[in-house]
Design a protein. Structure first.
Length: 342
């Protein structure tokens, strides 16, 4: 039978139809209740296995992390929190998993622990939720600009441009680093390199997009950019994806209107299309907030903060007004000192 995604199944009424689900086992309780997830949703589907229907050897292979294909009848579920479950009639193990070596268990794992098992962390609720939201946001970015007549421009990733000196750049070269060719001055001779000149990974597609804006009016690029600053902070990334709209005939008010409309559109799209994942991330964020001293906790939860963005206009300030607010509210500490621009 054709595979049905779990997200689609859980939106059904219990019709008694025969369905096939493929995914990875999260838990197997009492040699009877399988909890399966296929990544299409945060939620798992429960499958009920009749003990007498399958031999003991097969049941022992139903471990956390194993990949299975099950076929059965979709029936109403007596369990709380789920409307339907699958009464299994056929079961195939697509991939075994050694329960003693599999590092993911039915509990919360720290992000530091998951760094050491990057090949498996996408199976956790946290990473699954984040990736589904990221997918939705990438789709919404293109949808937003397409609906407004913007043109998507693919800009170079390898370039000789430094984009107005936007940051330190990663060098790209085919020369032998242990014995590069030298010119008469003893400097590396990039004329013998692949492009015949010094090249780097892009820090911005801005300059290329600007040239297209002066022909197509409204343009944007959305792609990977790279910064080689040696800064090991939580707010610095060596690689990230950047959205850069460039428009002809726009004044500063047009730019501010577009920025507000863009952000509110994306947040609203997330609230409408990523409800389960955002609720899970909201709960996780709240648990982390509760570990902080009371005076450092955020007044609003994740979803409330997102709704605040969509339900309010953005305050617009002059540079001078912003500096005045900064002077009144910034409180220096021993670890954090502020320099007021003049």
């Amino acid at each position: 039978m054709k595979r049905t995604k779990i997200k689609s199944l859980l939106g059904h009424a219990a019709t008694g139809e025969k369905v096939t689900v493929m995914g990875w086992i999260r838990t197997f309780r009492n040699n009877q209740f399988l909890s399966i997830n296929d990544g299409s949703t945060l939620q798992n589907v429960q499958a009920v296995v009749a003990l007498e229907q399958f031999d003991e050897t097969t049941l022992k292979r139903l471990t956390t992390g194993a990949c299975v294909s099950i076929t059965g009848e979709l029936i109403p579920s007596p369990a709380r929190g789920q409307a339907v479950e699958i009464k299994v009639s056929e079961l195939e193990i697509l991939g075994d998993c050694d329960a003693e070596k599999y590092p993911l268990q039915p509990k919360k794992h720290s992000l530091e622990f998951l760094r050491d098992i990057a090949h498996l962390r996408s199976r956790t609720n946290t990473f699954g939720a984040v990736m589904r939201v990221r997918h939705a946001m990438a789709f919404a970015v293109h949808q937003f600009f397409n609906e407004r007549g913007f043109y998507y421009i693919h800009t170079p990733i390898i370039t000789g441009s430094d984009a107005e000196g936007a940051g330190a750049m990663f060098r790209v070269s085919t020369l032998d680093p242990s014995n590069p060719p030298k010119d008469e001055s003893g400097n590396i001779n990039y004329k013998e390199d692949f492009f015949g000149k010094e090249t780097n990974l892009t820090v911005s597609g801005q300059l290329e997009v600007e040239t297209y804006a002066l022909a197509l009016s409204e343009t944007y690029t959305f792609g990977p950019t790279f910064r080689a600053e040696n800064s090991n902070t939580t707010r610095h990334l060596a690689e990230f994806w950047m959205i850069e709209p460039e428009m002809a005939f726009y004044d500063i008010q047009d730019n501010m209107n577009l920025a507000q409309e863009f952000l509110q559109y994306l947040v609203k799209y997330a609230l409408e299309n990523c409800k389960d994942d955002l609720e899970f991330l909201d709960k996780r964020a709240q648990d982390e907030e509760n570990t902080k001293p009371k005076e450092q906790r955020s007044e609003l939860g994740l979803i409330d903060r997102l709704k605040f963005v969509t339900e309010n206009d953005f305050q617009r300030l002059t540079y001078t007004e912003a500096i005045d607010i900064f002077k009144k509210t910034a409180i220096p500490t021993k670890k954090k000192k502020f320099s007021i621009p003049r």
